[in-house]
Write a protein that binds this ligand. Structure first.
Ligand code: SME
Length: 167
């Protein structure tokens, strides 16, 4: 694939067009960091969000991974900010207005709304069953300069993207 084809239309139609293109990218590469790097680049290109990036779970922190956008905080402790809260709760968090989210970490003053999606993967090392080994290895964080820019369409597609990318 040489470049991402940008679909016009609704948000749903843009995700519908993007998803198979991401699958084609992932199919040709099994390195997670490389796939994360292209995934954030493609999402940024299609939607032009302010910031799109991954943070990796490393011990008790989230550590900055591949991203597109302005420079960002490198470490977020467990339970802190929207990212640390999504990791703690093990579920996607939608923040319509970051100024109303207690503990939001402002990496950029331009961010006004945000979505954070956990990436579930398989832990390495000894495990008793694959089921018990599935845990959060990273989070996908997307910031928008527009208030209330994310909805359940983003949640559904971004969860699907994270799940498929890490499988
Ligand atoms: N706002 C995030 C911090 C990461 S930056 O937005 C890139 C948070 O509250 O966790």
């Amino acid at each position: 694939m040489e470049e991402i084809i940008l679909a016009k239309g609704t948000k749903e139609e843009k995700y519908e067009s993007l998803f198979p293109q991401l699958e084609a990218l992932w199919a040709g590469e099994d390195d997670l960091i490389a796939n994360m790097a292209n995934t954030v680049a493609a999402i940024k290109q299609v939607f032009d969000f302010h910031w799109v990036g991954f943070y990796f779970v490393k011990e008790s922190d989230l550590v900055l991974g591949p991203f597109q956008g302005p420079i960002a905080c490198t470490r977020i402790p467990f339970g802190k900010g929207v990212c640390g809260k999504a990791w703690e709760e093990g579920q996607t968090i939608l923040v319509p207005d970051v100024e109303l989210f207690p503990g939001h970490i402002a990496c950029s003053a331009l961010s006004r709304s945000e979505i954070v999606v956990p990436v579930f993967g398989l832990q390495t090392g000894f495990v008793e069953s694959l089921e018990s080994a599935a845990s959060i290895i990273a989070v996908l964080d997307i910031d928008s300069a527009i208030v209330n820019d994310f909805d359940l369409t983003d949640k559904r597609w971004l969860e699907k993207i994270c799940q498929k990318m890490a499988s």
